[in-house]
Ligand binder design. Sequence first.
Ligand SMILES: Cc1cc2nc3c(=O)[nH]c(=O)nc-3n(C[C@H](O)[C@H](O)[C@H](O)COP(=O)(O)OP(=O)(O)OC[C@H]3O[C@@H](n4cnc5c(N)ncnc54)[C@H](O)[C@@H]3O)c2cc1C
Length: 387
Amino acid sequence: MSGWTLWNLPFFDSGHADLAREVAAWRVQNHEEPSAEALADVCRDIALSLGKAGILETVVPQRDANGGWHLDVRALCVAREAIAYESAMADSVLAMQGLGTAAIWLHGTPAQQERYLDRARRGEAIAALAVTEPDSGSDVANITTRAERSGSGYILNGAKAFISNGNFADHYIVLARTGEAPGARGLSAFIVDTGTPGLAAGAPMEMMAAHPLSGLTFENCRIPMENLIGEPGQGFKVAMATFDIFRTSVGAAALGMARRAFDETMSRVTQRQLFGSPMAQLAGVQARLADMKVDLDTAALMVYRAAWAKDMIGGRCTQEASMAKLVATEAASRVIDSAVQIFGGLGVTRGSLVEQLYREVRATRIYEGASEVQKLVIARTLLSEQR
Ligand SMILES: Cc1cc2nc3c(=O)[nH]c(=O)nc-3n(C[C@H](O)[C@H](O)[C@H](O)COP(=O)(O)OP(=O)(O)OC[C@H]3O[C@@H](n4cnc5c(N)ncnc54)[C@H](O)[C@@H]3O)c2cc1C
């Protein structure tokens, strides 16, 4: 580093650098990739460990002195970057505790906040967010899971797909159609507790990298009125407020994985001898290293600009969050692809770190809005600013 570090940038205060150091000291117990069946236990253990270390406070805030809930998005990104550097699976556990509670701390009632947040922050209860359906992923406004008014609550019917923590969460934030208006304005958000009669989780899915995913079905699930989050018809807004915070942090997680691949690469190019000298001497390798470094710094600047904007300017910051996720996840994928290339045969050997990172980073360009969806969001915000 040429005399200054990321922490000298005006996006941060001294607390962020301290947090980065503390989080970087956290270690996952076992680096082996668990089978899909074993993931539930592994993720529960990780959640408890992250809770004990206080790291879950970066995704499930404490109530502040004024009775409000404020999440520092820079701290969230710093934590996700450092945890993803250590373990992509641990990053998923960290992120889901936030994604599966944000609707509650942003829009929930005091009773809901009292009931769900402390245990999630300690890692004792596992949270999940269920938006995607077999026939609607990118097009969130098109979901068909229905919640119909019945007596003093709702009856929920439908199916969700690709739900992180799907088969072992203690509660799910579920987006369902309640029909106040067509499309996005006719959705509501609910808390569905595990054990609710009619709720069933599918078998754990086999993914290209270990990630705890399964589908969910709801068959005449009775949801009490007190489990509605916010107003009926506000579910899309509730979900988008969550994504507005967490989208930027997907970029931070991808950046953490890319930094790990880059550090591995730097040590490889100085040790590996090629054509009689360390491969770092080859011009082609140096050009690749330069490209990787530019990608890393570009990703970091976009992520921390968006996080700073959310913290210091406030409001929606949708465009900045989408740009951060788009740029950082695409850049991280290029960096890790370059790492694989520089490692040669070892890079494509099952079990090598860069091979694992190559598989792990891939999904970041798909979940919480694929790259193409981020471009759509960026263009829409640009055009709406022109009106
Ligand atoms: C590891 C992982 C974890 C996940 N966790 C969760 C979770 O916890 N909760 C949850 O609700 N969902 C979760 N998802 C689901 C995820 O959000 C969806 O997969 C994602 O939104 C894309 O939806 P889809 O898979 O249905 O793809 P589709 O919507 O069918 O889109 C397919 C592809 O089409 C392209 N595309 C989409 N829109 C456009 C457009 N407007 N213009 C051009 N091209 C476009 C993109 O390349 C996209 O990848 C997870 C997915 C993965 C892979």
